[in-house]
Ligand binder design. Structure first.
Ligand code: AHR
Length: 650
């Protein structure tokens, strides 16, 4: 800690006064030192921690297509009772179609009025029940000869005692047919101790497939997103979304990669796939939904294309073997931006979106520094040439950044952008916050910090002890994150994009694979970690010009930008120490500065955090700062993150 001798005891948070010496931050408000990248800040996503299935993708039925397990219908159970008996089994003899080749056979052996037997789904750690809510239930069904139903659908308590909403399907036939019913709750209590029941009150055999239940979705979009979760993301005003991964892009083996074509179209045409984080993906949230997700946030896609390397080490040789994968990537880009006269642009239009989506950046692979075959250099060059030949305006990102040894980087061509990933302890982030990007060559390549997150304790996914720790970061980690953001923002002329990872975690027992994560949720609730609020504070106050700022005699980390249209100046201050830190703020050439500013402050004990049961322990507080003029003193509270918004007369 540097000299604090002069600190006046009476300085309180937000109080200002004029001083002549000591800790000082000097901001040149006239000459911008560079342009802030228009893509500050963004989000990164993949299917991890039940981010989509059991998360953002609003489907409530787990294993709806009966494909999750080859042996038994996991997450489903028989519901019987006195005078009501049934059996269930996976049946490969009655496939829905060539894509969904397994169905569920339900044999109701004994049942009568008031004594129904059937099968129940446990949902993703419960079915969320809300009062006065309409649920969209659908399923495919066929029946044995002579059986016509009816089938009863119900959202009911785990113990079957209370029915919250119900509906009926009748006139079943021997052919597969899709049925849809609205289930509506009345003044029921909010609970997730509920299950979804499909039952009959007559003996008979039926087969079921794609049993689906959706609550109201964001903007009522069909096959859409969970409202509260997407709203948390919209509130961050992200400029881009990096998808589909992450490891999720690559898959364990080549056959497990994110095959975008298999994620399009009606749900009955999506087989889903084995994902790398220990559970299957339904692919209900597929390429088209990723794009709609971006659009819902007014964010631009940053599309990662599969590049011929998968997690367990298999790679595709550069040259002719790689050509089909390159073709596939070009077609994927065509789906995103091609005209409706193109093959894949027409498919996009058929899916309801004739207008192309915005796209500037395409990433080739993910973390290809793990490829010990040394093939990435050539694979990248081949993808890069093909993408640039077809789409000259696109910028192609290498998945290996300067944080990796030179031998693993792309050397035969110069990538337009390189992606760097940093999962490091808080102390390392605090060090990186002082200098990381200052020495980077401004001539390029541009830097994309495509995954980053500070952790308080080392995370070892393979270590059971790590699994017991909180799913989301505490205040200390948020300080490391915020400090690193000041460094990225100061250097956002060359660091053109950044996104924290992982984004989402279902905090229910057994649902997560990683920590820390930004946003936690269960079936009913959602909360932001301190890091979520830190990022939101930064991402909603980004100017378009970097202002030059220097500091003397202070541990405060800072970044200053200005919005050239409104004249607002955003001063971001991070005090990672345990003592309040006053600093004199000198504003050179600040004519027209208004004497009143706003301060958004996130400050708490290091260990303080938010959780699913205590979601608002650490949240930003807004206050007014008066006496703002060049030389005013502002005190950043201990373990505090502050965004000062200074206004100027226009
Ligand atoms: O964010 C979790 C994982 O970390 C990503 O899937 C991968 O890219 C990185 O190693």
């Amino acid at each position: 800690m540097r000299g604090r001798r002069w600190v006046p005891l009476l300085l309180l948070l937000g109080m200002t006064s004029s001083r002549a010496a000591g800790p000082t931050i000097t901001i040149d408000t006239t000459t911008p030192a560079g342009k802030v990248s228009p893509l500050f800040y963004g989000l990164m996503t993949e299917e991890i921690n039940h981010a989509y299935d059991g998360g953002l993708y609003a489907e409530l039925i787990q294993n709806r297509a009966f494909l999750d397990d080859a042996q038994s219908p996991s997450h489903w159970s028989v519901v019987e009772g006195t005078g009501a008996a049934a059996t269930i089994a996976l049946d490969r003899g009655q496939p829905l179609n060539a894509v969904i080749q397994t169905s569920l056979r339900l044999d109701v052996k004994e049942a009568s009025d008031g004594r129904a037997a059937g099968v129940a789904n446990e949902g993703y750690w419960g079915i969320p029940v809300h009062p006065r809510t309409r649920y969209r239930a659908s399923l495919y069904a066929k029946a044995a000869p002579g059986v016509t139903g009816p089938i009863a659908l119900a959202i009911q308590s785990d113990d079957g005692v209370t029915t919250y909403a119900s509906g009926t399907i009748s006139n079943l036939t021997r052919e597969w047919k899709r049925y849809e019913v609205t289930l509506e709750t009345r003044d029921v209590p909010t609970t997730a101790h509920a299950r979804y029941l499909v039952s009959m009150n007559r003996p008979g055999t039926i087969w079921l497939s794609l049993v689906s239940l959706f609550p109201p979705t964001f903007k009522d979009q069909p096959n859409g997103f969970r409202k509260d979760l997407l709203q948390m993301l919209v509130d961050m005003k992200p400029k881009f979304l990096r998808f589909p991964g992450g490891n999720y892009l690559e898959g364990d083996e080549i056959v497990d990669r994110f095959e975008w074509k298999k994620t399009l179209g009606p749900l009955a045409e999506r087989p889903g796939h084995k994902a790398p984080w220990g559970y299957r993906s339904s692919d209900g949230l597929g390429l088209h939904e990723f794009l709609l997700w971006c659009e819902n946030m007014s964010a631009e896609p940053v599309l990662a294309v599969y590049a011929g390397y998968s997690l367990k080490g298999a790679h595709v040789n550069p040259g002719p073997d790689l050509e089909p994968y390159i073709q596939d990537a070009l077609e994927e880009i065509e789906y995103v931006i091609g005209p409706t006269s193109s093959k894949w642009g027409a498919q996009r239009a058929k899916a309801g979106h004739p207008a192309p989506f915005p796209l500037t950046y395409v990433e080739v692979g993910n973390e290809d520094f793990f490829d010990r075959s040394g093939s990435y250099d050539q694979r990248f060059a081949q993808f890069n040439a093909a993408i640039k030949a077809r789409y000259p305006r696109l910028k192609v990102i290498s998945s290996v950044g300067f944080e990796q040894p030179e031998a693993r980087r792309v050397r035969s061509v110069t990538p337009a952008v390189v992606d760097e990933h940093y999962y490091r302890p808080v102390d390392t982030f605090l060090k990186m916050a002082r200098r990381q990007y200052e020495p980077y060559d401004r001539k390029g390549p541009e830097i994309f910090v495509g995954e980053w997150g500070a952790y308080e304790t080392p995370f070892e996914p393979w270590n059971p002890r790590s699994r017991g720790e909180a799913p989301t970061p505490n205040m200390r980690a948020a300080l490391g994150d915020a400090a690193f953001m000041t460094q990225m923002e100061k250097n956002s002329d060359i660091v053109v994009m950044n996104c924290y990872a992982p984004l989402l975690v279902n905090v229910s027992p057994g649902a997560r694979q990683w920590r820390p994560n930004l946003i936690g949720y269960d079936a009913l609730r959602v909360y932001g970690s301190p890091s979520y609020y830190a990022i939101k504070m930064f991402s909603t106050t980004v100017g378009d010009e970097i202002l030059k700022a220097t500091a003397t005699d202070t541990d405060i980390l800072f970044a200053v930008t200005r919005d050239s249209r409104s004249g607002r100046i955003y001063v971001k201050l991070v005090n990672p120490t345990d003592a309040d830190a006053p600093a004199q703020i000198d504003l050179e050439n600040s004519t027209g500065l208004l004497p009143t500013a706003t301060a958004l402050t996130l400050a708490a004990d290091s260990q303080a955090t938010n959780s699913i049961d205590a979601p608002r322990m650490v949240i930003p507080i807004e206050s007014t700062v008066s006496g703002v003029k060049s030389g005013f003193v502002y005190t950043v509270p201990a373990r505090g993150i502050v965004v000062l918004t200074l206004a100027t007369r226009r």
